[in-house]
Design a protein around this ligand. Structure first.
Ligand SMILES: [Zn+2]
Ligand SMILES: [Zn+2]
Length: 469
């Protein structure tokens, strides 16, 4: 290596370091928005009173860990599809009643809501878990693997807790027990929301009219009487190691909309296309045209977005040009304005391309779930709590997720924060571990105590901070 080589290598390393620093700053600016927790809130969660409560939570969580795992295994072995969660709901309701709570059942079909009134006045914090499973056949070899079957949209299917909602229910049941045991010392109330059908109901298909899950819970007043001041929820994820906690201020999970495009032409002989109007070729052009909405028209410098055609149906014979082709697809966005803009462009693109060949396109969009958006100030306030619970090196900024969650409907009623809890065993690679919804999705049970501590501490810290204001 010559003198100048060494110099340029040093220079190269310096550039690399600078680039890394710039990246970190950018990531913080974009991801964490580098907002600090307000001083008063920080002082409140560092007080002697706070430390006593935190220590109690840890003790009580540890004491209930075996029960937590037993609940989870029981629920895992008996998964139920959306709006059919009667066994799970009964288990939850019985537990909450035993803890002395006021319990409402049958909310949004099978939902259960428990109210724990603290011994001191203060805010109402809601904690939410979803109870439903998926039409997936479990392939894990576990003593408590699911063998359940159920009806899904009129067909018999295998059922599995492939999204980990079994752990959500068990963690929130344990959190209820932890906080109920400290009831007298709590400066506020906790509403425990166990909702059905996060993954959509098994009893009907979304049609733009019927609602379910979180949206139905909200409609039935779950965020009122008493009015909820803040709502927290979590989702387990294969993308992080067991016990790791990740969160993100601002848009964190995308919205999900469904669209239908019906292209009508004029049926004719396949050998004489000029005597009809071909909806198959028009549909092919529409599908290609739709690709330019995101690649050429939407401002993806602001937020990313996705438009996908997931199914196309038309025709039944090689020599007949049919009169109709139907397509369905999904739209994912992180910004309400961009969402509306994409809806408009989808209709314009499809209608005008169809028109150019004499066909007609009818576009219908149904908004299913809004984007999960975590308010920056609430995230800044709760960040130190999650950092303390996760422990050094065991938390980080969550990248934007293109998955959707109906937790967003609670966030429209009160400030709400949603975060991820890693469940991939420490000796496995989270990058290659089977994803949520896979028949091999596997949740390491050692992660669950982190979820219980996170939810319990968030409720308590939120109350303590409110006390100081
Ligand atoms: Zn899911
Ligand atoms: Zn889920």
């Amino acid at each position: 290596m010559t003198q100048s080589d060494r110099k340029s290598s040093r220079k190269h390393k310096a550039i690399q370091r600078a680039a890394l620093a710039a990246f970190t700053t950018l990531a913080l600016a974009a991801g964490a928005q580098a907002q600090q927790a307000p001083q008063a809130a920080l002082a409140a969660i560092q007080s002697a009173q706070a430390q006593t409560l935190h220590a109690q939570i840890d003790q009580r969580a540890k004491a209930i860990e075996q029960q937590l795992i037993a609940w989870r295994r029981d629920i895992h072995q008996h998964p139920e599809l959306g709006n059919l969660e009667t066994r799970t709901a009964a288990l939850v309701a019985e537990h909450l009643r035993k803890l002395g709570m006021e319990v409402k059942t049958g909310v949004a079909v099978t939902g259960v809501v428990g109210l724990l009134k603290g011994g001191k006045p203060g805010p109402v914090v809601a904690l939410r878990a979803d109870m439903d499973a998926l039409p997936v056949k479990e392939q894990n070899e576990l003593p408590f693997a699911s063998k359940a079957k159920s009806q899904y949209l009129g067909k018999e299917v295998d059922v599995m807790h492939a999204c980990g909602h079994d752990t959500h229910v068990a963690m929130l049941m344990a959190t209820a027990e932890v906080l109920a045991g400290m009831k007298a010392q709590l400066p506020g109330s906790v509403k425990f929301i166990f909702q059905p059908a996060e993954e959509s109901p098994a009893t009907f298909e979304p049609d733009g009219e019927k609602i379910w899950g979180a949206k139905q819970m909200v409609k039935e007043g779950v965020m009122q009487n008493p009015k909820v001041d803040a709502v927290f929820g979590l989702h387990v994820s294969s993308a992080y190691p067991a016990g790791y906690i990740a969160w993100r201020p601002g848009p964190a999970m995308s919205s999900a909309d469904q669209f239908w495009i019906d292209v009508t032409g004029k049926q004719t002989h396949g050998a004489r296309p000029w005597s009809g109007v071909d909806p198959i070729v028009a549909s092919a052009q529409i599908i290609t045209g739709i690709q330019t909405i995101i690649s050429r028209q939407a401002n993806i410098g602001m937020e990313p977005a996705v438009v996908t055609v997931g199914a196309i149906n038309g025709g039944n014979r090689m020599n007949i040009i049919p009169d109709k082709v139907s397509m369905i697809g999904t739209i994912r966005t992180y910004d309400e304005g961009m969402k509306k803009d994409i809806h408009k462009r989808l209709a314009t693109t499809a209608e005008h391309i169809a028109e150019s060949s004499g066909a007609k396109a009818k576009v219908r969009v149904v908004e299913l779930y809004n984007a999960v958006v975590n308010p920056a100030d609430l995230v800044a306030q709760m960040g130190p709590t999650l950092e303390r619970v996760a422990g050094k090196g065991n938390y980080g900024v969550q990248p934007k997720s293109a998955a959707s969650e109906d937790f967003s409907f609670y966030q429209q009623e009160a400030p709400g924060m949603f975060f991820y809890l890693g469940v991939t065993p420490k000796d496995k690679d989270p990058n290659t571990a089977p994803n949520n919804h896979s028949p091999l999705f596997f949740a390491d049970e050692s992660s669950m105590i982190y979820g219980v501590r996170a939810l319990s501490n968030m409720a308590v810290d939120y109350m303590l901070a409110a006390q100081k204001n």
